[in-house]
Each structure stands twice: as structure tokens, then as C-alpha cells.
Design a protein around this ligand. Structure first.
Ligand code: GSH
Length: 204
């Protein structure tokens, strides 16, 4: 399987953590694909017209896009239900936490993109809106800490863990741990997993 990959994408990291947890990482052939919202990658677009990563190309040519779908495909390949609980209540809860974590990644990426624009091109309304959503999500995640601790890993843990590690990678000058101790405690343990160690973000 070919995975359009980048070592700095938190969405790609979700897939890589899942692949490590499921013992499938050796089945992935990583292809470094550079993306930017304002610069479509023509090579990548042959596989994914949306020019987004992660994009997984199966051996029969089928293309899977979106990190959650790719995680679910990997789970099916591995068998079992480690990342997607079999019982309905557990599955809905995992997907609920996944949506919160992935939504946080989306807001954080948008916020960073806006802040990276030249000052005269920035939209103050967007900067303020992203900052407000960012600030409101951290306390919501703090309230999730007991639920996160109740189970070792599923797709919800992966999304929230990768979201928080993305803050450390891109917003290191905005320390979040002092205000959110329960979340910080959970993240410290989660970040110690071999799957997280193996996928530490890299620029370039
Ligand atoms: N919902 C998608 C989002 C993927 C995404 O936005 N990836 C970013 C990289 S971090 C990207 O490809 N951006 C380029 C673009 O949107 O043109 C997923 O979960 O895989």
C-alpha cells in the first residue's frame, strides 16, 4: 500500500500511529507528498483530486482518503476491534472523541495558516474566531481526561493525542499543560507509547 505522507501532518500522524498500533506499518510504502492549501500538488492529484494527505493507494489501485477512513481500513486489515470498539456505545464514544480531537486539529491548522499569512493579508475576524475555538476546546478536552484514562487506546485517543502533540510542535510558545493538568497527565502517558515515539513530527 502506498501512503502519501508527510512527517509534519497531524492527520498523517493519526494514520501512522494507527498503523504502528495495529502492527501494519511495514505494509506501508511512504511517499513524501508536499501539500499546501494554496498550492495543489499535481503529482498527488493523480491519486487524490483534493490534493490532501493522508491518501492511501491500495495494491488494486483503490484510493482511500481521509484519516478516519484509512484508520478504519487498517483496522479491518488487522482484524479485531482495537481502535473501533465493537459495541455500539463504545464505538460511538470513540468516534465522538475522535471528532473532537480531529476538529481541534482542523482549527489549529487553520489558525496557524492564518497567522502565517502576511500581516496585511490576515483576516482579524478569522484570527479571533480560530483563537476563540482553540481556547474553548482545551477545557473541553480537559473534561475528557477521565474517559481517556478509562481505556488505553482507540481512534479517539489517537486523534486527541496527535492534536495535543501538534500544539507542542507548532505552538510551543503557548504552553497548555499548566492550565489543563488532567489532560497533561493523560497525554504524557499516551505520548510515551512506542507508536507515538515512532512518529514524532519532523519538519522538512
Ligand atoms: N479530513 C482530512 C483532512 C486532511 C488534511 O487537511 N490534510 C492537510 C495536511 S495536514 C492537507 O492535505 N492540506 C492540503 C490542502 O487542504 O490542500 C483527514 O482527516 O485526512
Amino acid at each position: 500500500m502506498k501512503l502519501h505522507w508527510s512527517g509534519r501532518s497531524p492527520f498523517v500522524r493519526k494514520v501512522m500511529v494507527a498503523a504502528h498500533e495495529l502492527g501494519l506499518v511495514d505494509r506501508l510504502k511512504l511517499v513524501r507528498s508536499v501539500v499546501a492549501m494554496n498550492a495543489p500538488n499535481r503529482e498527488l492529484m493523480r491519486d487524490n483530486p483534493l490534493s490532501r494527505i493522508p491518501t492511501l493507494v491500495l495494491d488494486d489501485g483503490t484510493v482511500l482518503t481521509d484519516s478516519l477512513l484509512i484508520c478504519e481500513y487498517l483496522q479491518v486489515q488487522a482484524g479485531g476491534n482495537l481502535l473501533f470498539p465493537a459495541n455500539t456505545a463504545g464505538r460511538i464514544d470513540a468516534l465522538r472523541r475522535h471528532a473532537l480531537g480531529t476538529g481541534f486539529i482542523e482549527v489549529t491548522v487553520l489558525r496557524r495558516n492564518e497567522l502565517n499569512r502576511a500581516p496585511e493579508q490576515r483576516s482579524p475576524a478569522h484570527v479571533d474566531a480560530y483563537a476563540a475555538k482553540f481556547a474553548a476546546t482545551l477545557p473541553a478536552l480537559e473534561r475528557e481526561a477521565p474517559t481517556l484514562k478509562a481505556k488505553s487506546i482507540d481512534v479517539g485517543h489517537i486523534a486527541i493525542g496527535c492534536a495535543l502533540s501538534y500544539l507542542d510542535f507548532r505552538f510551543a510558545d503557548e504552553p497548555w499543560r499548566p492550565a489543563y493538568p488532567a489532560l497533561a497527565g493523560w497525554h504524557e502517558a499516551f505520548a510515551a507509547r512506542p507508536s507515538m515515539h515512532a512518529t514524532v513530527p519532523v519538519d522538512g
